[in-house]
Write a protein of this length. Structure first.
Length: 570
């Protein structure tokens, strides 16, 4: 298990967490923002008008309305990234990570518009009138290169296949596994509902919904999205209002660390600027999926004759998903102070590290050494050898880290009784004997951290129930949408006959994720997101001139149909 986790971490570090991926993602969005003269600002109000049906025609073809397409795409993005993902970003990168999430969303508004425009233009209609679309279709039709020799190279076909395969895996890494994992953890923490019960009930419900295809999915999504947004907004507002005196200090912390990283505070051991950027951008992408190529699959089904009109509707997604919802989550967590406080919790084995020597997060020299260790600069601190446990307590000159914090009041139990004995540690990784559990006080991450923050309001412990309900609705709707994304990719690769087998495997994976280690799930999702994003960004950049031409044609038609209205000149 340790070897598998280390391999995943290495891949995640290279693909999703390393600086080059951040630069590619932000660079592509910044290029289109400048190239298209910041459409996320100039076109924003028109996006709302088109969403309300202003540009529609009776003869427009498609399976869903603009709102249903937006709701389906939002249900695919508004999920664990908004609750658990923001909490994870703050846990890893500190307050500065939140601002980098917002920067990613602002730039991503243009990226989302571009990818949806291209995918909607090259969508296909089946014999039964159903629509199939997504980046794999524009790649296949438009990304063939002509060499100087005159030979045609079908680059697009290869990119499309890579993208489609990555989409299938990402449907598990983003849509199935982390969603159910976060739901089951939140319901277990808040209501004490066993993970297996959550897995069985929701998996059966998921199976019933996805059998109905995009039309049933769109109906469910358009009903769930408004309800879950209202519930969550109320809870977040109550937390922020209750901790109003911490709003300004929290905003100062966010801004102060933008170019320098976040300083150590409380149980939080600090984060460099590079790490804050990586975690903020990575979690920002996981939240709004701008550039990933998933939303275009949902928007391809929308009734519209002009692809740019649907692209403008999609422009609203990162704004709603990240700039509004993620900001509320982040400010609630920061203003509550829960992000740097230690809580009683049960430790997951993959999040435990054993260091040689005694360290304290209250001593500046120790904090500096621990900070260096967390960023891979002091691997010699890892302990290897036998670990002695006596009457549930850790013995010897060692320090136990959990969730990137110095663990306190650590207790080892077996069958609810204090454990005594030995266990082996290899380079900081402990091998727990069967039946042994570890608990104590440490920082929280993901959904439990948001739970703790929402409990610090007038609602008290009832606040965590809002998180549980919100997470249930958010994450379940994400799983529904991603089942559709994966099925479209399977259809592109193998044909529609294979979709039913994919759906069965998808539901089974959804159930199993209720009992899988949280950290491994998040690492896996980070890897698959990166593998899906890179082909899509490459294809978008190769067709940048075509996008500009499409936008110009759109505004020409807009002025013809609405001659008395002012519209942007392009």
């Amino acid at each position: 298990m340790h070897l598998f986790r280390d391999i995943l971490l290495s891949i995640d570090q290279f693909l999703g967490s390393s600086s080059w991926f951040v630069y590619v993602l932000l660079g592509a969005g910044l290029f289109f923002s400048i190239y298209l003269v910041f459409p996320q600002i100039r076109f924003f109000k028109y996006s709302i008008l088109i969403l309300r049906g202003k540009f529609d025609r009776k003869e427009d073809k498609g399976d869903t309305s603009h709102f249903q397409a937006l709701a389906t795409a939002l249900s695919g993005t508004v999920g664990t990234g908004n609750i658990a993902g923001v909490a994870l970003a703050l846990h890893l990168g500190g307050p500065a990570a939140l601002l980098w999430m917002l920067v990613t969303a602002f730039i991503g508004m243009t990226t989302k518009m571009v990818e949806v425009t291209l995918s909607h233009k090259y969508r296909e209609f089946g014999p039964d009138g159903t629509v199939s679309g997504g980046p794999m279709y524009y790649m296949t039709k438009r990304l063939n290169l002509t060499l100087p020799s005159g030979k045609m190279v079908k680059t697009g076909a290869w990119l499309a296949v890579v993208f489609a395969i990555a989409t299938v895996f990402t449907s598990f890494g983003t849509g199935s596994l982390p969603q159910m994992n976060s739901i089951s953890n939140a319901l277990l923490d808040s209501w004490g509902i066993p993970s297996v019960v959550t897995g069985v009930v929701l998996s059966l419900l998921l199976g019933v919904i996805i059998v109905g295809g995009i039309k049933r999915i769109a109906v469910v999504a358009s009903a769930l999205v408004p309800v879950m947004a209202v519930i969550y907004f109320i809870g977040a507002f109550l937390v922020i209002a209750y901790n109003y005196q911490n709003i300004i200090p929290s905003l100062i912390q966010v801004g102060a660390g933008f170019f320098s990283g976040s300083s150590a505070m409380g149980g939080f051991l600090g984060a460099s600027m590079a790490f804050a950027i990586n975690r903020g951008v990575n979690r920002g992408l996981f939240s709004n999926e701008a550039g990933q190529g998933s939303a275009p699959i949902a928007h391809a089904a929308a009734r519209a004759h002009e692809p740019v009109s649907e692209g403008l509707v999609a422009l609203l997604e990162p704004f709603i998903d990240t700039i509004i919802i993620c900001s509320l989550t982040g400010l609630a967590i920061l203003s509550s102070g829960a992000w740097n406080d230690k809580f009683d919790n049960r430790f997951q084995q993959s999040d435990i590290r054993v260091l040689a020597g005694h360290f304290s997060d209250r001593e500046s020299d120790d904090v500096a050494m621990l900070n260096a260790y967390l960023f891979g600069q002091s691997p010699h601190l890892n302990y290897s050898g036998s670990l002695q446990i006596s009457d549930g307590k850790l013995m010897g000159e060692v320090t136990l880290l959990h969730n990137r914090s110095v663990a306190e009041s650590v207790i080892f139990n077996k069958n609810k009784q204090p454990f005594s004995g030995q266990m082996m540690v290899d380079q900081g990784h402990v091998s727990l004997p069967v039946g042994v559990t570890v608990s104590g006080r440490s920082l929280l991450q993901s959904a439990p951290l948001t739970n703790a923050a929402f409990s610090r309001s007038w609602l008290g412990d009832w606040g965590k129930y809002i998180v549980s309900i919100g997470l249930l609705l958010f994450a379940f709707s994400t799983a529904i949408s991603w089942s559709y994304y994966g099925s479209r990719a399977i259809t592109f690769l193998f044909g529609s006959k294979v979709v039913k087998w994919y759906s069965v495997i998808y539901v089974i994976g959804f159930f199993l994720a209720s009992m899988v280690d949280t950290t491994l799930v998040w690492i896996f999702s980070g890897v698959t997101v990166a593998l899906m994003t890179l082909p899509n960004l490459l294809g978008m950049l190769m067709l940048h001139r075509e996008v500009k031409d499409e936008i110009r044609h759109f505004w020409e038609e807009y002025r013809e149909r609405f001659p008395n209205e002012k519209s942007p000149r392009f």
